[in-house]
Write a protein that binds this ligand. Structure first.
Ligand code: ZN
Length: 160
C-alpha cells in the first residue's frame, strides 16, 4: 500500500466558469488557470502521482503548452489514471477536502463523485469529497481563491 498527498489553490475571478470535481457550478466567479482551474481534480491527480512515486502534474502537463490551454481537467485525470495503471497500481480510496467560503459545495458532491469515479473507472464509494469553509479567514474566507487537499491510497497489483 502506498499513500500520496495533493494540494492545490486557484484564484477566483469574476465572470469565469467555476468547475470543481468535473462539475460546472453556477457562481459569479470562477477559477483562473491555464486549464479549466479544477483544483479538486488537480489535488487528486497530485495525490495519485505521489502515491506512485511519480512527479507532480506540472511535469506531465506544463502550463506553458498550448495543448493544455483550457483543457478539461477530467482529460488530464484520465491520463494520470493511465500513468498509475501502467505502473501496476490500483486505487484503494481517495479522500479530499474543498476549502471554499462560497458557493455551497454540498449539493454538487454526489455528482462530483459520480463524475470522477467514472473517469477513474472505480466504484463511487472509493471517493470521498468533503467541503469546509475557513470561517471567513484568509484567502479562501475572503473569497479570493479556493483550495483543495487530497489523499490517495494505492495498492500495487501482484504481477503474474
Ligand atoms: Zn491547479
Amino acid at each position: 500500500m502506498r499513500v500520496g498527498i495533493g494540494y492545490d489553490v486557484h484564484k477566483l475571478e469574476n465572470n469565469i466558469p467555476l468547475i470543481l470535481g468535473g462539475v460546472s457550478i453556477p457562481h459569479e466567479k470562477g477559477l483562473v488557470a491555464h486549464s479549466d482551474g479544477d483544483c479538486l481534480v488537480h489535488a487528486i491527480m497530485d495525490s495519485l502521482l505521489g502515491a506512485c512515486g511519480l512527479y507532480d502534474i506540472g511535469t506531465y502537463f506544463p502550463d506553458n503548452k498550448d495543448e493544455f490551454k483550457n483543457i478539461s481537467s477530467l482529460k488530464l485525470l484520465s491520463k494520470v489514471n493511465e500513468l498509475i495503471t501502467d505502473k501496476g497500481y490500483e486505487i484503494r480510496n481517495i479522500d479530499s477536502v474543498i476549502i471554499c467560503e462560497r458557493p455551497k459545495i454540498k449539493p454538487y458532491i454526489d455528482l462530483m463523485k459520480e463524475t470522477l469515479s467514472s473517469v477513474l473507472n472505480i466504484d463511487k464509494e472509493l471517493i470521498s469529497i468533503k467541503a469546509t469553509t475557513e470561517e471567513k479567514l484568509g484567502f479562501t474566507g475572503k473569497e479570493e481563491g479556493i483550495a483543495c487537499q487530497a489523499v490517495s491510497l494505492l495498492n500495487k497489483k501482484e504481477s503474474n
